[in-house]
Design a protein around this ligand. Structure first.
Ligand code: FMN
Length: 217
């Protein structure tokens, strides 16, 4: 089957894109509401796109009635937000935060999620998340009814048990984030495998570094 995206209703484009581009990691985004309480909402149009500067990107759509989601309104106002990664322990509470509550609802309270203070931004992070990233807005790209937000990570909090003894690499037996597939289907990263480029291929690599220089990712 083929689909001409230049001539396809938006709902069909959404279905096809989200059915095939997956799994998508879930950012449970916490922001500060104007009234002062915590706001939390899951976003799976999310990923990291650079480390220098450290940029994460989140895609927002409007609610079915066309109104702007609270998370987007809050981060426009405060210019700050926190990304909390989600594992199985947080899955049931994450989905509750996906309910389109009125702006005066504190989703952390509602879902029974414990908040901790952020260090550099005015928002809470989740106490139990494996990893929380405090972000400042780098830019917002607006489209009719949606927005793409670039956030610069300014602080990362990692739960100690998620790292190896040296505190450098993630422990894959502990850190197993969930991600969204199509519709209401999710996947947990509990079946990981290693895949290395064959050593003999190194002769074909262009722009090799000199042996003394550290390789950048
Ligand atoms: C797993 C999951 C992923 C979601 N991803 C997005 C997303 O990427 N962008 C978006 O606009 N809404 C997304 N939503 C819907 C919002 O989470 C939902 O509309 C939420 O109620 C918005 O809350 P807020 O008004 O407090 O921001 C997602 C929902 C779920 C359950």
């Amino acid at each position: 089957m083929q689909f001409d995206f230049t001539d396809l209703p938006a709902a069909d484009r959404y279905r096809l894109l989200t059915n095939f581009i997956g799994p998508r990691p879930i950012a449970l985004i916490t922001t500060r509401a104007e009234a002062g309480h915590d706001n939390a909402a899951p976003m799976s149009f999310f990923n990291v796109f650079a480390h220098e500067p450290p940029i994460v990107i989140v895609g927002f759509s409007a609610r079915p009635d066309g109104s702007e989601k609270d998370t987007l309104s809050n981060l426009r106002r405060t210019e700050e937000f926190c990304v909390n990664m989600v594992d199985m322990e947080l899955a049931d509470q994450m989905i509750l935060c996906g309910v389109n509550f009125a702006a005066d609802v504190d989703e952390l309270d509602f879902a029974g999620l414990e908040a901790a203070a952020c260090t550099q931004i005015n928002a809470s992070r989740l106490q139990r998340t494996p990893c929380a990233m405090e972000c400042r807005i780098e830019r917002i790209i607006d489209f009719p009814g949606r927005a793409i937000v670039l956030g610069q990570v300014v602080e990362m909090h990692v739960r100690d048990d998620c790292l190896d003894a040296q505190g450098r690499y993630v422990d894959p037996s502990v850190y197993q984030p969930i991600a969204r597939l199509h519709g209401d289907n999710y996947i947990v990263s509990d079946r990981q495998f290693e895949l290395k480029k064959p050593a003999e291929m190194s002769a074909h690599e262009v722009a090799q570094l000199a042996p003394s220089e550290p390789e950048k990712p």
